[in-house]
Design a protein around this ligand. Sequence first.
Ligand code: SAH
Ligand code: SF4
Length: 413
Amino acid sequence: MADTNLMSIPGQVDPVPVARDITPREDGRVDLIGLPKERIRELFEEAGLEPKQAKLRSKQVFHWLYHRGVTDFEAMTDIAKTMRPWLAERFVIGRPDVVEAQHSTDGTRKWLLKTADGHEFEMVFIPDADRGTLCVSSQVGCTLNCRFCHTGTMRLVRNLTPGEIVGQVMLARDALGEWPKGSMAGLDEAEDEGHYTSDGRLLTNIVMMGMGEPLYNFDNVKGALKLVMDGDGLALSKRRITLSTSGVVPAMERCGEEIGVNLAVSLHAVTKEIRDEIVPLNKKYGIEELLEACAAYPGASNARRITFEYVMLKDKNDSDEHARELVRLIKQYKLPAKVNLIPFNPWPGAPYECSTPERVKRFSDIVFEGGISAPVRTPRGRDIDAACGQLKTAAEKKSRAQRDREAAEAASA
Ligand code: SAH
Ligand code: SF4
């Protein structure tokens, strides 16, 4: 593994110099997943196609990749038979490798995935009656070390590439069987035209709430979400996508302007002292600055509210005063906001406990009485460690266990 894949300085924007565009595989072929259509056209031209041909072929290939979900050039029936091996010699259609797939008793599914260079990360699918939400990772690990979050304890951090990010959505569609069905040969026009809508679909929403801080991997997240939102791509509306940030203030405006998705902010505390402790990024970008950035978030309105996530930690941030202060702050900054109360999901060695159900209810009631919606998020997939903040790859858990054993041995020696 190259040293450039390691991250040791917390708090930097785009911390790891991962090649964002093309990284040829060991056999020299280039993965097309994650590249904009225009870039695919350029690559086809560079590989020797006439400009007109390159334009046409890139359009066709793009359609097969994102509307059909094919992973084999041979399946691209409107591309000449002789052309298909030419493509396959030079390009691949990748997916993240699946290391393990788990099913929770409540229907939640979690996948442990691996990048081509061996880094593990996770993705979670949460089915509900009226929607299906895919929780997508933006980084392997996270540099930010929020004290209640398991991902923050991972040692290795690497930005995921656009292909690895959009690849999660494609893999989920594979697993859910959501690509248009039927034999790929001899498709009729009507079937071929299909545009994605949410009707009858399992995967209807995406949240950038898996591993990592998406705004510390801005360009790659943007590239991936552009493909998700592109009408010729996965064609999911920006209104069905939510990006959660722990408060990377300088990137928030760009997020609204350049990506345009819904924003969720991991607030979690209303005083400097407590937020400094549980979300250390607060020392860099404080609550006032953060809320000002929320007030200025492009596209936020009463119809598209900003979600404030608030993890309920026993005797830490869950008093009546905290709830009242939360209401006051939201009103002071005139924020079109809703609050999402998240019962703390425990993990081995976590330094906090979850607030009691009565406390959570009382907190929620106070915020509601203040005129702000504050539902409690039902934890999902706890039995497979898929709930918020529980994500941490098996390899890391193992190495941690190994480390603990070593520490115990050293202590008893
Ligand atoms: N890094 C981004 C997005 C990923 S975390 C962020 O922090 O916003 C998704 C949400 O889960 C965040 O609100 C995060 O604070 C919350 N979370 C983290 N650990 C948690 C835990 N143990 N229990 C409940 N929620 C947790
Ligand atoms: Fe990173 Fe979000 Fe976890 Fe904080 S809560 S450590 S920002 S993933």
